[in-house]
Design a binder for this molecule. Structure first.
Ligand SMILES: [Mg+2]
Length: 208
């Protein structure tokens, strides 16, 4: 096992059930014309912001407020066991950073949320104002490339991040909720279907 490097963690949909909370809140504020449960909406739409009937001026303004609201981040539900598994991982491979495409404006709320759920202390890297939200994966990929080998990999749910990494990247992406093998073979990708699987993978020294 490499002793010197540490690990980075994504937050949304890796540690927190952000999309679930968004759907719940938007249903409450904007209505639920299809009469779907939160789970049904999560299956039907990739993102809570996707349904056309919520993309009104009012809806879009509300989503922008949610994105930038510190208190909103503090109240996000936890993905079950993510904190306890991360605490275990931290003992064998230190968590060096949380890298999130959330904007700088919610750094404080994000910090409070991580503390509230006893996640290990580490620097939180948020997306600067000058980087557009749609360039979040590109931005994150660059950071990971620059931080290697201080950070030897990331646990992240977003396959879009993998698309943005250069083939020179030597680190490993542990793709949370990844269920099948990824197409890219030039960089190291380890799909992990749940947190228990992440733990099994990371506690087996040879994988990274
Ligand atoms: Mg994510």
């Amino acid at each position: 096992m490499k002793k010197s490097g540490g690990l980075a963690l994504d937050i949304d949909e890796t540690l927190s059930r952000t999309n679930y909370f968004w759907v719940e809140y938007l249903q409450l504020k904007l209505g639920n014309p299809e009469n779907l449960s939160i789970e049904e909406m999560e299956i039907k739409y990739k993102y809570a912001s996707d349904p056309g009937y919520w993309q009104t001026d009012n809806g879009l303004n509300l989503m922008e407020e949610m994105r930038n609201d510190d208190v909103f981040q503090e109240n996000l539900p936890l993905i079950e066991n993510s904190n306890t598994v991360v605490q275990k991982i931290n003992k064998i491979l230190p968590i060096r950073a949380y890298i999130t495409a959330r904007p700088d404006s919610v750094l404080k709320g994000t910090e409070k949320w991580l503390e509230k759920h006893n996640f290990p202390k580490a620097k939180i890297i948020t997306r600067p104002l000058e980087v557009r939200a749609e360039d979040g994966n590109k931005w994150k990929a660059k950071i990971l490339e620059n931080l290697y080998p201080e950070i030897i990999g990331i646990i992240d749910d977003n396959p879009g991040l993998i698309d943005c990494l250069s083939s020179d990247y030597k680190g490993t992406v542990f793709l949370y909720k990844g269920i099948s093998e990824h197409m890219r073979k030039d960089i190291k990708i380890v799909p992990c279907k749940d947190w228990e699987h992440v733990w099994q993978t990371l506690s087996t020294a040879s994988v990274y």
